[in-house]
Design a protein around this ligand. Sequence first.
Ligand code: NAG
Ligand code: NAG
Ligand code: NAG
Ligand code: NAG
Ligand code: NAG
Ligand code: NAG
Ligand code: NAG
Length: 520
Amino acid sequence: MLFIKLFLSYGLAVFLVRGDAVPCVSRKFDQDSTVCVCNSTYCDAPGIEGGGLLWTYFNTFTTTKDGLRLYRDLGTFDDQVTPNKYVFTVGNNTRQMILGFGGAFTDAATMTMNSLSPQTRHRLIASYFEQNGLEYTMGRIPMASNEFSNRVYSYDDVADDFELTNFKLPDEDIKFKLPAIRDAVRASKRNVTLFGTPWSSPSWMKTNGNMSGPGTIKDGEQFLNTWAKYFVQFIKRYTELGVNIWAMTVQNEPSDGFKENFPYQCLGWTAETQRDFISKFLGPALKDNGLDYVKLIILDDQRTFLPSWPGVVLNDPSVAPYVSGIAVHWYADDNVSTNVLDETYFDFGDEYFLLNTEAAIRDEFDKSNTVRLGDWQRGERYFIDILQDLKHGVSGWVDSNLALDMNGGPSWAGNEADSAVIVNTDKDEFYKQPMFYAMGHFSKFVRPGSKMLEYSTNLPNDSDLKAIFFTRLDDSIAANFVNTNENEIYNITITDYRVPGYLNYQIFPKTFITFIWYRI
Ligand SMILES: *[C@@H]1O[C@H](CO)[C@@H](O)[C@H](O)[C@H]1NC(C)=O
Ligand SMILES: *[C@@H]1O[C@H](CO)[C@@H](O)[C@H](O)[C@H]1NC(C)=O
Ligand SMILES: *[C@@H]1O[C@H](CO)[C@@H](O)[C@H](O)[C@H]1NC(C)=O
Ligand SMILES: *[C@@H]1O[C@H](CO)[C@@H](O)[C@H](O)[C@H]1NC(C)=O
Ligand SMILES: *[C@@H]1O[C@H](CO)[C@@H](O)[C@H](O)[C@H]1NC(C)=O
Ligand SMILES: *[C@@H]1O[C@H](CO)[C@@H](O)[C@H](O)[C@H]1NC(C)=O
Ligand SMILES: *[C@@H]1O[C@H](CO)[C@@H](O)[C@H](O)[C@H]1NC(C)=O
């Protein structure tokens, strides 16, 4: 080992690990941090992570408010015991397995991508999916329109077409979503897992006769049967067109369908009606059509409904076999304690995964603040929410729109939002925001199959430094830290009994950092 250590000098090692990275060309708009600018000929990339560096070194990838973006470097383990004030000791117990990270192939996202030249569009998809990019492995696919569409439509708007003979994928799927998904899958060296989600049934199946506004599926088996068949048609068409569907959530935010004046596409279900729809209609329809490999994911709504919703659905033995997971959104995370995740993980975590399937940021009160190019705090909010979810049993985290335009749209409903990538069509450029890099610290390094790893520390829970550790399939460790403090430098020591040294490091203010090391 000593020979190899001497041979592989520090300089050579730095060259080897940083060789394929492409630096960020940053631009400052009127926010506290910057975006990285990509165009048809240039785009930054963290590079290919690479394999087992010797245990003498550890890798770091750093993103800072000051402008580093997944910046790669090497550190050496110290031989001496010089523990810093805060010590993290890697434990032996693992928890949930990681499924992956990704974003949504909405109409808005994929139409926005297509407004770029083919070369620039390719760089956008590569930034998310290629091996030198963020290596996303998950995609959410809206089943027909939602508020991030240009118009309101379903796949069968012919009233009372109970046989779905007029079921048809429109241009949104054929010209925009499917090509983007196929290009993403082609770009990836990993397996990209895709799941579909309905926002509303066709209006004629819905009690209010309108895809938007509160309502449920009309009473009667005929309607429930047809709604289940609609899922089958969607999966079959996508599969025929070269996109395999791994899972379906049963309904996006089923509680929206009961909110008075809810203005967008929605469909109301209670835990009880969702349970019965799965056991009597959707589960059997998938099975009868040879699609029982498609996993069903329940809830797909705020934390507020945990742990009671999965309790109602999964404690019914006739429905449990059809279900694989429980999906949550992030919009109530400031108001609902992570205890509900712990309870759900405790009740069901061994059998049913927990997955965050949507997150987006907008300013509810000030439309001029919808897109904030280079806002550091929005990146921090992503990083912290992901870290917090994963600490409490969640297996993956899927962002909303993969890209939006300069106004945070298009949205027929005027429900614009910010996005990890913002496209400037006029200039044929796109901007990678701090949120993009926050996602990347997880998607790139916390590979599918990794497991959350317990650790002990003397750092107080309410510290502005937060940490999470993972053990990966190749027996390496990835640890993610965030320092949200404006001023404080945290000196940390990480000890791992399978490494003959100490990882001492200074974590500067307003930093995301990933540490990676291999064990002996
Ligand atoms: C793309 O960006 C790079 C780096 O900023 C710049 O050198 C190049 O001229 C740009 N290309 C185009 C086509 O604008
Ligand atoms: C993990 O297990 C190893 C080997 O059994 C042991 O030496 C080490 O102390 C354990 N670490 C912790 C934090 O329990
Ligand atoms: C992709 O999935 C296939 C089938 O499950 C598996 O054999 C293969 O190892 C996976 N590849 C990667 C890179 O995870
Ligand atoms: C459907 O609901 C939306 C939102 O509430 C409303 O603007 C629209 O006029 C309704 N359409 C019909 C056909 O009633
Ligand atoms: C949720 O939390 C935010 C921030 O902590 C607070 O401003 C808001 O009033 C809360 N909303 C509800 C419904 O409690
Ligand atoms: C800190 O978090 C741990 C693990 O969640 C918990 O057991 C402990 O009670 C917390 N301590 C404080 C002071 O909140
Ligand atoms: C943190 O580490 C640096 C570099 O080793 C050292 O100069 C500094 O005094 C340390 N700060 C504290 C608070 O220990």
